[in-house]
Design a protein around this ligand. Structure first.
Ligand SMILES: [Zn+2]
Length: 384
């Protein structure tokens, strides 16, 4: 398990948490806000380990966290007590993950059938408010970690207000959200916010290289994910670099080969990716991922890669002082910048964005690919 001081690139957030833990009025409701994949959840779990530890260790900062004095006493998990071992084994009775999919385990069968689009009252009542009021299993309080808190419904937030305001003794609640703005002001005012910034590209790159990813590839994913280590690791693990390299090369030549061939290639690639995701999902979680959902996800990933090549073309066409994301394949954005003027490039990016939204409204990926291929080949504006 990753310990608090091993988290990459989030020293400011960790420093703020250390100050909070040392203060007389330690906050009991926290909000970790920031983009996905930058360490919000890893930090929350590591913090929970410290809070639940039987004998937390104290260590002088000695320059480890730049924002804190040298002699600041950092509070860390001992890593050896039964509580720490339970956290490592992912079986701590006082650590509760709260997420929208818990709906399927709700005690009321009627509730279980509801659509899981938001984090609603049933989940919050049964899996947070009720257990927060019960005794701590190991006697050192409880920690609740609410994932995707941006999806909390208004009713659920209102139901949670009292618990956030004054949690039962020893209870700490950590909300994780992409954007604090997605929550009600009344919720925000009761939470102590910690912001998680995107990681510097070098941090992402170096972590990937340390994990054995090729330097050129690591460089690309660090730029592409704009500081999301989690996303970069996932994409690298899925061997997506090979896919992206071929895709970008095809985009460069799309003007010559015609849209039908490009559409066929895009459809096949998305299908192959979807099949692989389904197989990997089954292996990892022993669960089924629907083919439709897997195809949508694969299509969204490819659309994102295509859009990034067009963004690079705008950078070139407008001579903007910005590094290319596809610096490893500059010929592709160069070709696109020749084929389209900046206004057209911007329109294609908007269209690709619109395509991604349509994906979630049950438009068939093949229809999307036919249109994308026409647009990319420069033959026609997108019509959906
Ligand atoms: Zn411990």
């Amino acid at each position: 398990m990753v310990e608090l001081l091993d988290i990459a690139g989030q020293d400011a957030a960790i420093g703020r948490l250390q100050r909070a833990m040392a203060s007389m009025r330690r906050p009991h409701a926290l909000l970790f806000a920031g983009p996905a994949g930058v360490g919000r959840r890893t930090t929350a779990v590591a913090l929970a380990k410290v809070l639940l530890c039987d004998q937390p260790a104290s260590r002088a900062n000695k320059g480890r966290l730049a924002d804190l004095p040298e002699d600041f006493a950092l509070k860390l998990a001992c890593t050896t007590c039964p509580s720490c071992r339970a956290m490592d084994g992912d079986r701590h009775v006082d650590f509760h993950l709260v997420y929208k999919e818990l709906l399927q385990y709700h005690s009321d069968p009627k509730v279980r059938e509801r659509v899981m689009q938001e984090l609603g009252i049933p989940v919050i009542r049964e899996f947070l408010i009720a257990p927060a009021g019960r005794m701590s299993g190991r006697g050192r309080g409880k920690v609740f970690l609410v994932l995707e808190a941006d999806l909390l419904s208004e009713e659920a937030q209102n139901a949670l207000l009292k618990t956030l305001e004054e949690p039962p003794p020893g209870v700490t609640i950590i909300l994780i959200a992409d954007q604090a703005a997605g929550l009600l002001p009344t919720t925000l005012s009761r939470c102590w916010a910690v912001n998680f910034a995107p990681l510097p590209a070098e941090v992402v790159r170096d972590r990937l290289i340390a994990a054995g990813v090729d330097r050129r590839e690591a460089h690309f994913w660090a730029a592409y994910t704009a500081g999301s280590l989690g996303q970069a690791q996932r994409l690298a693990e899925q061997d997506m670099y090979r896919v992206k390299s071929e895709l970008v090369e095809r985009l460069a030549g799309a003007g010559e080969v015609g849209s039908a061939e490009l559409a066929a290639y895009l459809t096949q690639t998305a299908d192959a990716l979807a099949e692989r995701t389904i197989a990997e999902f089954k292996k990892a979680q022993d669960a089924k991922l629907s083919k439709q959902l897997a195809r949508r996800r694969a299509t969204a990933v490819l659309l994102g890669l295509i859009a990034s090549a067009f963004r690079d073309a705008i950078t070139l066409a407008t001579a903007a002082q910005r590094a290319l994301v596809h610096a490893d394949q500059p010929a592709a954005p160069q070709a696109l910048a020749k084929r389209f003027d900046p206004a057209e490039l911007a329109r294609v990016i908007e269209d690709l964005d619109a395509c991604e939204k349509l994906l979630w409204r049950n438009v068939q990926p093949t229809l999307i690919w036919d249109n994308v291929a026409l647009t990319v080949a420069g033959a026609a504006p997108l019509r959906l």
